[in-house]
Design a binder for this molecule. Structure first.
Ligand code: SAM
Length: 292
């Protein structure tokens, strides 16, 4: 089959094939690495949302094949919803990164050791509805961040795809609360017309983690019970007459201005009127027939 003219025009698509990368995305990671030296000295890495596997190929080449200092201890774990053809030296997990079972599988391969690098090129199937696409993307990023905070070494790096939508500054602030250094990278191979970019996060801020159910380490918020513990319990039904006081009904202090059930009541009233009119008509007919 011949190449489409779009394929021929996309130089990164052509180069990927020439150089043996499974996807043109390989150049994005390579170009981010040129700027941020992500892959220098990395022994353990996690590739989230990895299929078809070009980022895993980059990791495998740099950490194992072309690494003169390799020790044989190198570990690369790649995860994707989709099945992926094998990549030398890469352990594959087929699963959803938002699911706890997948997270546990990832951890099991590290046996308590920390990773030097976590990358996530996750992208949902684009619906074309920007708000929804951005929301799903942010959920993927959140899942990736949840994994990262538990598995990344304090000096490790985290790289993830983002969509620079209207609420992006909020995301930057959130990432800055987890990492000391957050930068946004736009590789040459990422189309200018696309709102895609990559956050490069370095040096995790220390977070106090507590062991939770299943041995996972989690940051637990303080749980504080408020109000008089001897006071009324909101799950208990009490008799109307309380402490010998007679029950008296009080009008609501402020009735709803436009309650959502108003529309339903209107419709119900209209239907009742129509039914009444219909019944009256039937009764009239019956009367007329009886009198004939
Ligand atoms: N970095 C990859 C490469 O270089 O070949 C390309 C990744 S592709 C742009 C995005 C991937 O995200 C898809 O393969 C998709 O299956 C995966 N993905 C989307 N949602 C996911 C999820 N919840 N869990 C795991 N993978 C997911």
């Amino acid at each position: 089959m011949g190449r489409s003219s779009k394929d021929k025009r996309d130089v990164y698509y052509r180069l990927a094939k020439e150089e043996g990368w499974r996807a043109r995305s390989a150049f994005k990671l390579l170009q981010i690495d040129q700027e941020f030296r992500l892959l220098d000295g990395v022994t353990r890495a996690v590739d989230l949302c990895a299929a078809p596997g070009s980022w895993s190929q980059v990791l495998s080449k740099r950490m194992i094949k072309d690494n003169p200092n390799k020790t044989g201890e190198e570990k690369i774990v790649a995860v994707d919803l989709q099945a992926m053809a094998p990549v030398p030296g890469v352990i594959q997990i087929q699963g959803d990164i938002t699911k706890m079972t997948t997270v546990e599988q990832i951890f099991s391969h590290f046996q308590g050791l920390k990773a030097d690098l976590v990358v996530c090129d996750g992208a949902p199937d684009v619906t074309g509805l920007h708000d929804i696409d951005e929301y799903i993307q942010s959920q993927l990023l959140l899942a990736a961040l949840n994994i990262t905070t538990q598995i990344l070494a304090p000096e490790g790096k985290f790289v993830a795809k983002i969509f620079r939508g209207k609420d992006i500054s909020f995301l930057y602030s959130q990432l800055q609360s987890v990492f000391f250094h957050v930068a946004v990278a736009k590789p040459r191979s990422s189309r200018v017309s696309s709102i895609e970019a990559f956050v490069v996060c370095e040096k995790m801020r220390p977070i106090k983690l507590e062991p939770a159910e299943g041995g996972q380490m989690m940051q637990l918020p303080r749980f504080v019970a408020c109000g008089d513990l001897e006071g009324f319990d909101s799950d208990t039904c009490y008799p109307l007459e309380l402490d010998g006081r007679e029950y008296k009904y009080h009008q609501p202090i402020q009735t709803p201005i436009k309650p959502p059930y108003e529309q339903f009541l209107e419709k119900h009233k209209k239907q009742a009127k129509e039914t009444e009119a219909g019944q009256q008509n039937t009764a009239n007919c019956v009367n007329r027939l009886n009198s004939q």
